[in-house]
Each structure stands twice: as C-alpha cells, then as structure tokens.
Write a protein that binds this ligand. Structure first.
Ligand code: ADP
Ligand code: MG
Ligand code: MG
Length: 245
C-alpha cells in the first residue's frame, strides 16, 4: 500500500475553496514534491495531514488504512512528522530537551534522559543530522535548528516527513545539506513530502511531483518524465517562457 493516499479531500474557508476534491498517492520510500503558486492550497493540504484542520470531505489512508486525523497527536500516532516552516523549538532549551519535550503526549513513555540522549545520538549519526544534544537551541544556526525539528519527528518514530518550504530560511550550502539528509532518509525507507514553489528543487531531489493550482491537484507525474517548463505550465494553467539560467 502507498505510504499516504488522499481521496477527494476538500476544504473551504468561507467562500475560499482552498482544497477541491484532492486525490494524491505517495508511494513508500519516495521523495514526493508538491508544487504550486502562492495560494494554490499546499499548506492547507498539509495542515489537514497534521490535524490542524478537519477536511470538509474526503478520506486519508495511511499504509492502506483509512484514518481520522483529529489533532496533531493523532498525526504523530499515524507516523506523520511535520517539519515546520517556522520552527516550534523552545529557544532557551537544549537540543535534547526540545527533542523529548512533549514526546510523552504522543503515547510514548516519558524517557529517561540518558536513554533519550542515546537514542538521539543514534538517530543523529544514522541520518547525518549532527547536532550536539546539549547545545542550546538559541545558539544554533537556522540550518541546525531545522535538523533538530527533523530529529524531533524521527524521535516520535515518524515514517512520513512533511516539509513545507524548508529551504526558504536556509543558505544554499544548508539547503544542499538538507537535501543530502532527505535522500538518506528516503534511502532508509522513509517517505518525504516536500512542498516548494521552486522548480529547481523539484527537479533536483524529488522522485514524483504533484502540481496544485487554485485548490486543485492538476497533475501527478514522475519527475524524470517531466521538465521545469511543463511543470510551470501546469502551475499557472497556460504556456510560460522560462528564462534560461
Ligand atoms: P499555499 O500554501 O499553496 O500558498 P494555502 O493553503 O496557504 O496556499 O492557501 C490556499 C487558500 O486558502 C488561499 O486563498 C488562502 O488565502 C486561503 N486560506 C488558507 N488558510 C486560511 C485560513 N485559515 N482562513 C482563511 N483562508 C485561508
Ligand atoms: Mg476525486
Ligand atoms: Mg504555503
């Protein structure tokens, strides 16, 4: 079964139909891009997967099983981890404190600090997410803070990681490092959903890409079988001339 399947997801905010009858299939162990112009409905769709909004209609299947995602704890129990655009880290706590903070709410037992430190170090070295467990978050670069967010999701045993515009806050070198981490996670069988409006990132790192336009999912294709001009055309609904870089 696919890692995630959406069938007919719709969500309106008053008169604004943010998501219209969205179908999506994300195979396990792939990096799946979701691209669309600002306002296309990408963040709304991801917020539904994280239990921030209830859809007006539609079904979510995780590993082939229909589930209701009533809140973020339900999303965590379903193996979904969200790496937020605006990090939700406590700045004057250490990395370790941030990673274990609230983990018990996800149905996990409150871990002993030394066990948690060991688990964190194993995860960090397994996935190339080197961060010092005892560093204060406020002293870390933005790129390192993002790694803490990823560690937090992995510590909660996420199988599916959702990243919404993750490179917006990164330097080019940090973005390269993030992509190496994401490829490593994918190669270990994790499923990654990468939301971006940057065509270059879609072409560089995704296995498959779905295009949203004005609340609708207008196409899902294998990345190797498409190109930036075709994707740009799908995004805006008409032919576009891409500047050659
Ligand atoms: P994207 O992430 O692709 O930029 P969004 O999902 O954020 O798009 O927004 C899709 C549409 O829904 C936009 O028209 C936006 O203004 C609207 N929208 C999103 N969230 C809300 C909200 N909480 N209340 C009202 N309108 C919203
Ligand atoms: Mg449909
Ligand atoms: Mg958005």
């Amino acid at each position: 079964a696919p890692a995630i399947e959406l069938r007919g997801i719709s969500k309106a905010f008053g008169p604004v139909q943010a998501n219209k009858d969205i179908d999506l299939v994300v195979p396990r162990g792939t990096i799946h891009g979701i691209i669309g112009e600002n306002g296309a409905g990408k963040s709304t769709l991801m917020s539904i997967l994280y239990g921030f909004y209830r859809p007006d209609a539609g079904e979510i299947l995780i590993g082939g099983k229909p589930i209701a995602i009533a809140d973020s704890q339900a999303a965590i129990r379903a193996g979904i981890g969200m790496v937020f655009q605006h990090f939700k880290l406590v700045q004057n706590f250490t990395v370790l404190e941030n990673v274990i903070l609230g983990a018990e709410d996800g149905g996990l037992l409150r871990p002993s600090l030394s066990r948690a430190r060991g688990a964190l170090k194993r995860l960090a070295s397994e996935y190339g997410l080197q961060v010092d467990p005892d560093a204060l978050v406020e002293e870390l670069s933005v790129g390192h803070q993002q790694r803490v967010e990823i560690l937090k999701a992995l510590y909660r045993q996420a199988d599916i990681l959702i990243l919404d515009e993750p490179t917006g806050v990164l330097t080019p070198a940090e973005a390269d490092h993030l992509f190496r981490i994401l490829r490593g996670l994918r190669d270990e069988g994790k499923t990654i959903i990468l939301i971006t409006h940057k065509l270059r990132e879609i072409m560089e790192i995704t296995d498959n890409v779905s295009v949203m336009r004005r609340g609708e999912m207008v196409a899902s294709v294998k990345t190797a079988e498409t190109g930036p001009a075709q994707l740009a055309e799908l995004m805006v609904g008409r032919k576009v001339l891409l500047r050659v870089e």
